[in-house]
Design a protein around this ligand. Structure first.
Ligand SMILES: [Mg+2]
Length: 219
Protein backbone atom coordinates (compact mmCIF):
# COMPACT_ATOMS: atom_id res chain seq x y z
CA UNK A 1 0.00 0.00 0.00
CA UNK A 2 1.41 3.37 -0.92
CA UNK A 3 1.70 5.92 1.86
CA UNK A 4 -0.63 8.89 1.78
CA UNK A 5 -3.15 7.76 -0.83
CA UNK A 6 -5.31 10.51 -2.34
CA UNK A 7 -8.56 8.65 -1.69
CA UNK A 8 -9.52 6.13 1.00
CA UNK A 9 -12.77 4.18 0.54
CA UNK A 10 -14.37 2.55 3.57
CA UNK A 11 -16.89 -0.22 3.86
CA UNK A 12 -19.54 0.64 6.48
CA UNK A 13 -20.91 -2.44 8.31
CA UNK A 14 -18.22 -4.25 10.31
CA UNK A 15 -15.54 -1.75 9.28
CA UNK A 16 -16.61 1.69 10.53
CA UNK A 17 -19.61 0.59 12.57
CA UNK A 18 -20.69 -2.47 14.52
CA UNK A 19 -24.13 -3.26 13.17
CA UNK A 20 -24.25 -6.92 14.22
CA UNK A 21 -27.08 -6.39 16.70
CA UNK A 22 -29.21 -4.29 14.33
CA UNK A 23 -28.75 -6.63 11.38
CA UNK A 24 -29.15 -9.94 13.19
CA UNK A 25 -32.22 -8.79 15.14
CA UNK A 26 -33.88 -7.64 11.90
CA UNK A 27 -33.03 -10.94 10.17
CA UNK A 28 -34.75 -12.80 13.02
CA UNK A 29 -37.71 -10.41 12.92
CA UNK A 30 -38.13 -11.15 9.20
CA UNK A 31 -37.81 -14.92 9.75
CA UNK A 32 -40.61 -14.60 12.32
CA UNK A 33 -42.78 -12.70 9.81
CA UNK A 34 -42.25 -15.62 7.41
CA UNK A 35 -43.35 -18.10 10.11
CA UNK A 36 -39.83 -19.46 10.54
CA UNK A 37 -37.79 -20.02 13.72
CA UNK A 38 -35.21 -17.42 14.80
CA UNK A 39 -31.53 -18.34 14.46
CA UNK A 40 -28.75 -17.85 17.04
CA UNK A 41 -26.81 -14.62 16.52
CA UNK A 42 -23.58 -16.56 15.91
CA UNK A 43 -25.18 -18.25 12.90
CA UNK A 44 -26.25 -14.88 11.48
CA UNK A 45 -22.93 -13.00 11.68
CA UNK A 46 -21.91 -14.28 8.23
CA UNK A 47 -24.72 -12.16 6.76
CA UNK A 48 -23.33 -8.84 8.03
CA UNK A 49 -22.03 -7.18 4.87
CA UNK A 50 -23.11 -9.26 1.87
CA UNK A 51 -26.26 -8.34 -0.07
CA UNK A 52 -29.43 -8.97 1.93
CA UNK A 53 -31.31 -10.97 -0.68
CA UNK A 54 -28.46 -13.53 -0.68
CA UNK A 55 -28.80 -13.84 3.10
CA UNK A 56 -32.49 -14.65 2.79
CA UNK A 57 -31.94 -17.09 -0.07
CA UNK A 58 -29.45 -18.98 2.11
CA UNK A 59 -31.61 -18.82 5.25
CA UNK A 60 -34.70 -20.02 3.37
CA UNK A 61 -32.86 -22.97 1.84
CA UNK A 62 -31.47 -23.86 5.27
CA UNK A 63 -35.01 -23.72 6.72
CA UNK A 64 -36.45 -25.85 3.90
CA UNK A 65 -38.65 -22.95 2.79
CA UNK A 66 -39.17 -21.69 -0.78
CA UNK A 67 -36.30 -19.50 -1.98
CA UNK A 68 -38.74 -17.11 -3.65
CA UNK A 69 -39.87 -15.92 -0.22
CA UNK A 70 -36.63 -13.89 -0.18
CA UNK A 71 -38.32 -10.75 -1.49
CA UNK A 72 -40.87 -10.88 1.36
CA UNK A 73 -38.04 -11.43 3.83
CA UNK A 74 -36.11 -8.44 2.50
CA UNK A 75 -39.22 -6.23 2.73
CA UNK A 76 -39.93 -7.33 6.33
CA UNK A 77 -36.28 -6.76 7.25
CA UNK A 78 -36.16 -3.28 5.76
CA UNK A 79 -39.43 -2.17 7.38
CA UNK A 80 -37.90 -3.01 10.76
CA UNK A 81 -34.34 -1.89 10.01
CA UNK A 82 -35.35 1.68 9.30
CA UNK A 83 -36.49 1.91 12.94
CA UNK A 84 -33.79 0.00 14.83
CA UNK A 85 -30.65 0.75 12.83
CA UNK A 86 -30.08 4.17 14.38
CA UNK A 87 -30.30 2.98 18.00
CA UNK A 88 -28.54 -0.35 17.61
CA UNK A 89 -25.51 0.60 15.51
CA UNK A 90 -22.36 1.91 17.17
CA UNK A 91 -19.07 3.31 15.92
CA UNK A 92 -16.11 0.94 16.24
CA UNK A 93 -13.73 2.15 18.99
CA UNK A 94 -10.80 4.08 17.54
CA UNK A 95 -12.46 4.77 14.19
CA UNK A 96 -13.18 8.49 14.70
CA UNK A 97 -9.54 9.20 15.66
CA UNK A 98 -8.27 7.19 12.69
CA UNK A 99 -10.61 9.05 10.33
CA UNK A 100 -9.36 12.37 11.68
CA UNK A 101 -5.74 11.39 11.03
CA UNK A 102 -6.41 9.97 7.56
CA UNK A 103 -8.75 12.80 6.57
CA UNK A 104 -5.90 15.26 7.15
CA UNK A 105 -4.28 14.14 3.87
CA UNK A 106 -6.86 12.08 1.96
CA UNK A 107 -10.41 12.32 0.71
CA UNK A 108 -12.54 9.78 2.59
CA UNK A 109 -15.64 8.13 1.15
CA UNK A 110 -17.99 5.37 2.30
CA UNK A 111 -18.67 2.52 -0.16
CA UNK A 112 -21.37 0.21 1.17
CA UNK A 113 -23.72 -2.42 -0.23
CA UNK A 114 -26.37 -1.16 2.21
CA UNK A 115 -28.85 1.07 0.35
CA UNK A 116 -27.65 4.67 0.47
CA UNK A 117 -31.03 5.71 1.93
CA UNK A 118 -30.23 3.60 5.03
CA UNK A 119 -26.51 4.33 5.17
CA UNK A 120 -26.76 8.14 5.11
CA UNK A 121 -28.87 8.52 8.30
CA UNK A 122 -26.64 6.04 10.17
CA UNK A 123 -23.46 7.93 9.23
CA UNK A 124 -25.11 11.22 10.24
CA UNK A 125 -26.61 9.85 13.48
CA UNK A 126 -23.21 8.54 14.59
CA UNK A 127 -21.59 11.92 14.01
CA UNK A 128 -19.38 10.73 11.14
CA UNK A 129 -20.92 12.67 8.24
CA UNK A 130 -18.40 15.54 8.35
CA UNK A 131 -15.49 13.14 7.87
CA UNK A 132 -16.66 11.91 4.47
CA UNK A 133 -16.93 13.62 1.10
CA UNK A 134 -19.79 11.28 0.21
CA UNK A 135 -21.51 8.02 1.02
CA UNK A 136 -21.92 5.66 -1.94
CA UNK A 137 -24.49 2.88 -1.81
CA UNK A 138 -27.05 1.28 -4.10
CA UNK A 139 -30.63 2.32 -4.64
CA UNK A 140 -33.23 0.40 -2.64
CA UNK A 141 -33.94 -2.55 -4.93
CA UNK A 142 -34.20 -6.28 -4.27
CA UNK A 143 -31.05 -7.32 -6.11
CA UNK A 144 -28.42 -4.79 -5.18
CA UNK A 145 -25.55 -3.82 -7.47
CA UNK A 146 -22.21 -5.59 -7.06
CA UNK A 147 -19.85 -3.83 -4.68
CA UNK A 148 -17.31 -3.43 -7.49
CA UNK A 149 -19.89 -1.30 -9.26
CA UNK A 150 -20.53 0.93 -6.24
CA UNK A 151 -16.77 1.34 -5.81
CA UNK A 152 -16.37 2.26 -9.49
CA UNK A 153 -19.00 4.98 -9.03
CA UNK A 154 -17.13 6.33 -6.00
CA UNK A 155 -13.85 6.49 -7.95
CA UNK A 156 -15.59 8.30 -10.80
CA UNK A 157 -17.25 10.76 -8.42
CA UNK A 158 -13.92 11.51 -6.77
CA UNK A 159 -12.17 11.74 -10.16
CA UNK A 160 -9.22 9.86 -8.65
CA UNK A 161 -7.35 7.05 -10.47
CA UNK A 162 -7.69 3.66 -8.81
CA UNK A 163 -3.90 3.52 -8.36
CA UNK A 164 -4.14 6.45 -5.92
CA UNK A 165 -6.97 4.89 -3.90
CA UNK A 166 -7.27 2.27 -1.14
CA UNK A 167 -10.33 0.16 -0.31
CA UNK A 168 -10.74 -0.76 3.36
CA UNK A 169 -13.25 -3.39 4.45
CA UNK A 170 -13.96 -6.44 6.61
CA UNK A 171 -15.27 -8.97 4.04
CA UNK A 172 -13.98 -10.65 0.90
CA UNK A 173 -16.51 -8.60 -1.11
CA UNK A 174 -14.63 -5.44 -0.18
CA UNK A 175 -11.23 -6.86 -1.12
CA UNK A 176 -12.57 -8.30 -4.38
CA UNK A 177 -14.26 -5.00 -5.31
CA UNK A 178 -10.97 -3.16 -4.75
CA UNK A 179 -9.01 -5.68 -6.80
CA UNK A 180 -11.51 -5.58 -9.69
CA UNK A 181 -11.17 -1.80 -9.80
CA UNK A 182 -7.39 -1.74 -9.34
CA UNK A 183 -7.20 -0.08 -5.92
CA UNK A 184 -4.95 -1.23 -3.10
CA UNK A 185 -6.86 -3.16 -0.43
CA UNK A 186 -6.73 -3.41 3.35
CA UNK A 187 -8.72 -6.06 5.20
CA UNK A 188 -9.74 -5.17 8.75
CA UNK A 189 -9.98 -8.05 11.20
CA UNK A 190 -12.34 -6.44 13.75
CA UNK A 191 -15.45 -7.04 11.65
CA UNK A 192 -17.43 -10.04 10.44
CA UNK A 193 -14.72 -11.51 8.21
CA UNK A 194 -11.73 -13.38 9.63
CA UNK A 195 -8.07 -13.28 8.57
CA UNK A 196 -8.36 -16.38 6.34
CA UNK A 197 -11.25 -14.86 4.39
CA UNK A 198 -9.39 -11.60 3.83
CA UNK A 199 -6.03 -13.18 2.98
CA UNK A 200 -7.54 -15.66 0.53
CA UNK A 201 -9.45 -12.83 -1.14
CA UNK A 202 -6.05 -11.23 -1.79
CA UNK A 203 -5.95 -8.29 0.63
CA UNK A 204 -2.69 -6.34 0.29
CA UNK A 205 -2.54 -5.75 4.05
CA UNK A 206 -4.47 -6.56 7.20
CA UNK A 207 -5.29 -4.14 10.01
CA UNK A 208 -6.15 -5.42 13.49
CA UNK A 209 -7.24 -2.06 14.92
CA UNK A 210 -8.18 1.29 13.42
CA UNK A 211 -4.87 2.87 14.46
CA UNK A 212 -3.11 0.33 12.19
CA UNK A 213 -4.71 2.09 9.20
CA UNK A 214 -2.93 5.30 10.17
CA UNK A 215 0.36 3.46 10.57
CA UNK A 216 -0.02 1.75 7.19
CA UNK A 217 -1.23 4.73 5.19
CA UNK A 218 0.63 7.54 6.90
CA UNK A 219 -0.60 9.90 9.59
MG1 LIG B 1 -18.53 -4.98 5.99
Amino acid sequence: VSRRPVLILFDLDGCLVDSTEAITSCLNHALGELGLAPRPIDELRRFVGPPLVEAFETLLVEAGAPEDWAATGVAAYRARYADVSLERTRVVDGVPAALDALGAFASLRVVTSKPRAFALPIVAHLGLADRFDDVHGPQITLHTEAKAHTLARALAAAAVPASAAVMVGDRRHDVEAGRVNGTATIGVTWGAGDRDELVSAGADHLADRPADLVALLGG
